[in-house]
Each structure stands twice: as structure tokens, then as C-alpha cells.
Design a protein around this ligand. Structure first.
Ligand code: ADP
Ligand code: GLC
Length: 488
């Protein structure tokens, strides 16, 4: 099968979060299964292309035409990369916005990208299936089923749409639709209209053949008002076409045996190197490791409300009474940057904070910490807790979405489980579970057991990629059926 991925981020070119990891690793895994995969991305600042494929596409926007180019990227591990080159829109200091704000023309930028995805499929690389991701590519299905509904080349190509996070909608004023070149006919309550505005994600949910999200639990959760961000009704109406497929992990990048970014390698058989990583981590984060057994709790995260940092703020003073250190790496919401900066000032040597986006440091936190904290309010999948397992870094997570699906609560009686979970979204519940983890940490034999249980887990992409391949087939079959005239 030929599969065309369209996404706003993918490693090794552009990343703000887990989407980029997934759009790198899943295509590779599909290639291994024998499929042909191309990935289409905007050419952001700093991205290099090798040659021009089409020097000028014609993209209507309002009363104007735009003429971006399509350029070639490399072929990496069998995956072909193409870029949309439009410096006015994409050669900027940031992907979605700069330090101060979201870019005001995101509707135009990502509609152009979506339209170019379809044009690329027409003229350059015709796929059997489109696989789109999040609101930035949601206009692919919306335009395919409207403006392109009579196009003989693309009209029957099915779309699988993955929801990585239903909290991000891409909401724009009705006026921006015309500016972006989206047909007015889509602007109604059964289409992309949402409380008077245009909601791109809603378009993806309605016009795609199949929807997926990144864990089974999250597929259930987004059907409820608590987790649906106002779109739970739309999701429920499409429940028969929604599948939860857990993200995998690229162990060639994230395993302590092979990691080239950490000061010492280690494995389940020999954990010695982990101590070296811990010392280095303490040094980098200015943590007082006055005895080597003092546990370090690590955090690597976008600083966003989703991630549960208000709980950490609530329990920080109590947590500091425990014999534990905190190493935090992250950027994002200023409120949380200030929160962690303040904690580092109030508890010098106990809390170490780096306000940065730094992949090498992320690897060091994974490798050098004893525990990894993810108290998310909601979490579609979450990758860091899965990385942690492989590094013998025991996850402490809230039982939501992918965190609940990937982490099993440690059970002393049976010696089973890979981490610690709490359910109620409260500081007390979080503090309780952290204390429990710290208690077991002090018992070496038990702790080793929990580490080994986690290190033995396998969340590689093979199984999930095969599930996607099956779904692509189902989407093709469903679309073929729906094009058979009723009279036949
Ligand atoms: P989300 O996509 O919601 O941010 P995930 O857990 O799925 O959460 O993925 C986050 C990814 O981004 C991981 O690969 C993680 O290592 C990386 N990451 C997050 N924050 C940072 C940071 N400050 N520096 C380096 N990598 C980061
Ligand atoms: C989103 C989610 C995260 C998920 C990632 C990749 O950013 O917040 O939970 O792991 O997408 O699917």
C-alpha cells in the first residue's frame, strides 16, 4: 500500500512534542512491513531540501492565488520526505507561533498546507490512503469531500485521521475561512462550524473515513464531556469509526543499551551505568546527591495545563519534607516556568530546573532519575513514561489515557507491575502515591523487581503499525463500498 502522511511536525525536521516522534517512527515501521510511505511537511526555518519537485503549485486563497513549491527531502530508512516550501508562511522563528503569540495567519498557513497535500497526491505521489494528524491537516479530508469531490484522481482516496490531542482545535473566525480559501459550504453545524467559529479539528472528525487516537483508554475518554473539550458529541456520532491504537516507541533512540546521548550505557543485566548517569544528572541540575541512594524524581515535559503541574505546586512543600530530589526539564506556559524557577530558588540543591527544550538533557533525565513523574490531568498516550520503563526509571502517573494503558500498578503480593498510579486528580492522591513509591525505593530488592518488570516491557511499533495497516485496508474497503451507486 502507498500511504501519504501529512503532519505539522516530524523528526528529524521539526518537533514540539510527541507528534513528531510518532510521525517519524510509524512510517518507518510501516516500511518495514512492506508498505511505501511518504511524509509531507512544511519546510520550516532551517530545514534543508535536496531538489525542487514542482516549482509552482497554484493554491487559491480568497481572491488571491499563491504559488508555493514542493521540494524533495531525503529518503530516510526507506521513508520518502517532501516539503511544502513557502517562505512567507513557514520560514519563521517558530512552528505555530513565536515567543509572544500564536501566528495570526495559522488558518491560512495550514489550509495552504492541506490543499498542497491534495495537490501533491494528484501530481507527484498518488497514495492509496492519506494519513492526517491533528487540526493542522484536518482540511485535507474537508477539502477532499467538498472542493475535490469530483476530482477523478483523488476523490476516492480514503483518509485516516489521528487525534493526538483533542484539546487543540484550531479555532478561527468565520472571516478567516474566506481568507484561507475554505468553501463557505462547509460552514454549518454539521460541518466545521462550532459556536459561531470555524473549528478545523471538527472538520477532520467529520470528513475522515476513520478516526484513530493514540490509546484505547483515550478513545473511550474523548466520548465523554469530561475529556471531549466540547467535541465529545461529534466523537460519539462517529464512534463506530474510531479506533484507539497505542503509540509505540523507537527503541533505537530510546534504550539505555544504545543511547549515545548519555554518559554511560546500561541494561537490565547491569545497571551500573545508571549510577553514572544519576551523578551526571545531579551535577547538571545542581542537585545535592549527598548520599547516592537519595532518590531523584525526573520530569520532562511541555509546560501545559494538561500535564498536571498544579498538583505539583500544591504538594511541593510536603514533598520537600521527603528525602527526594526533583529534576525538571521543560518549557511552555510562563506560569509553570515561574513555578519551577521559584521552587528551585526556595529549595536549592533539592529542586533542579532547566527551562529549555533540549533532547540530550531529556535523555539524561530519563537515564539518571530513579522515578519519572507524569501526573497529567489528561494524556492521550504519553511517550516519556514508556521511555522511562526501558531506562529502569519507575513511572509515577495519573491513571488516565495512555498512562493508564501503559503503566501497571506495582503489586507487592504478586511482584507484578511496572510503576505507581493514582486516580483522583488531587494533591493528596499524588502525594500519597509518591510516598508509597519512596517507601518501596528504600527496599532495594523490591525496587529492583519493579525496575526489571518495566525494563522487560516491549512497546515497539511492530504491533501498532500492523494495526494501522489493517485499518487502512478497512478504510479502503469502506470507501469502495460507499462509492457503489445505491441502485447496484
Ligand atoms: P506531548 O506530545 O503531549 O508533549 P509526549 O509524552 O507524547 O507528550 O511527548 C513528548 C515528547 O517531547 C517526548 O519525546 C519528550 O522527550 C519531548 N520533550 C518534551 N519536553 C521536552 C524538553 N523540554 N526538552 C526535550 N524534549 C522534550
Ligand atoms: C500528543 C499527546 C501525547 C501523545 C502525543 C503523540 O501531543 O499530548 O499524549 O503521546 O500526542 O501521539
Amino acid at each position: 500500500m502507498r500511504i501519504l502522511f501529512a503532519a505539522s511536525e516530524a523528526l528529524p525536521y521539526a518537533k514540539t512534542g510527541g507528534l513528531a516522534d510518532v510521525v517519524e517512527a510509524l512510517p518507518r515501521a510501516l516500511v518495514k512491513l512492506g508498505h511505501e510511505v511518504a511524509v509531507f511537511l512544511p519546510k520550516y526555518r532551517g530545514v534543508k531540501s535536496t531538489s525542487v519537485v514542482m516549482p509552482s503549485l497554484t493554491i487559491p486563497q480568497g481572491t488571491r492565488l499563491r504559488f508555493p513549491a514542493i521540494t524533495n527531502g531525503a529518503v530516510l530508512r526507506g521513508v520518502r520526505y517532501f516539503f511544502l516550501e513557502d517562505p512567507f508562511y513557514f520560514d519563521r522563528d517558530g512552528i505555530y507561533g513565536d515567543k509572544n503569540r500564536e501566528f495570526p495567519d495559522n488558518a491560512e498557513r495550514f489550509t495552504e498546507f492541506s490543499r498542497a497535500t491534495i495537490e501533491m497526491a494528484k501530481h507527484i505521489w498518488t497514495p492509496d490512503i492519506f494519513h492526517c494528524h491533528d487540526w493542522q491537516t484536518a482540511m485535507v479530508p474537508a477539502l477532499l469531500r467538498s472542493s475535490y469531490a469530483d476530482d477523478p484522481v483523488v476523490k476516492d482516496i480514503p483518509v485516516v485521521f489521528t487525534i493526538h490531542n483533542i484539546g487543540y482545535h484550531g479555532v478561527f473566525s468565520p472571516e478567516s475561512l474566506a481568507r484561507a480559501g475554505i468553501p463557505q459550504g462547509l460552514f454549518h453545524p454539521g460541518g466545521i462550524e462550532f459556536f459561531g467559529n470555524a473549528n478545523f479539528l471538527k472538520g477532520g472528525l467529520i470528513y475522515s473515513d476513520y478516526l484513530t487516537t493514540v490509546s484505547r483508554k483515550y478513545a473511550q475518554e474523548i466520548q465523554t464531556p469530561e475529556f471531549g473539550f466540547g467535541l465529545d458529541g461529534v466523537i460519539r456520532s462517529r464512534a463506530s469509526r474510531l479506533v484507539g491504537i497505542l503509540n509505540g516507541v523507537d527503541y533505537s533512540a530510546w534504550s539505555p543499551e544504545r543511547d549515545t546521548l548519555i554518559p554511560a550505557k546500561f541494561s537490565a543485566k547491569n545497571l551500573e551505568g545508571k549510577k553514572v548517569c544519576k551523578e551526571k544528572l545531579a551535577e547538571e541540575f545542581h542537585l545535592l546527591l549527598d548520599h547516592p541512594n537519595r532518590p531523584v524524581i525526573g520530569i520532562v515535559s511541555r509546560f501545559a495545563d494538561q500535564k498536571g503541574f498544579d498538583l505539583i505546586a500544591a504538594i511541593a512543600p510536603d514533598l520537600m519534607h521527603e528525602d527526594a530530589l526533583l529534576a525538571v526539564l521543560g518549557t511552555g506556559d510562563r506560569r509553570y516556568e515561574e513555578l519551577f524557577r521559584a521552587l528551585a530558588i526556595d529549595f536549592p540543591g533539592r529542586v533542579g530546573v532547566k527551562i529549555a527544550y533540549d533532547n540530550a538533557l531529556a535523555h539524561l533525565v530519563e537515564a539518571g532519575s530513579d522515578m519519572f513523574l507524569m501526573p497529567s490531568r489528561y494524556e492521550p498516550c504519553g511517550l516519556n513514561q514508556i521511555y522511562s520503563l526501558r531506562y529502569g526509571t519507575v513511572p509515577i502517573v495519573r491513571a488516565t489515557g495512555g498512562l493508564d494503558d501503559t503503566i501497571e500498578m506495582f503489586d507487592l503480593e504478586h511482584g507484578t507491575g511496572s510503576g505507581f498510579k493514582f486516580s483522583e486528580y488531587s494533591g493528596d492522591a499524588l502525594l500519597h502515591v509518591i510516598r508509597r513509591a519512596l517507601h518501596y525505593y528504600s527496599e532495594e530488592g523490591i525496587w529492583k523487581r519493579i525496575q526489571m518488570n518495566g525494563m522487560a516491557k516491549d512497546f515497539s511499533w511492530n504491533t501498532s503499525a500492523a494495526e494501522y495497516a489493517k485499518l487502512y485496508e478497512a478504510a479502503r474497503a469502506a470507501r469502495n463500498q460507499s462509492t457503489v451507486p445505491a441502485s447496484n
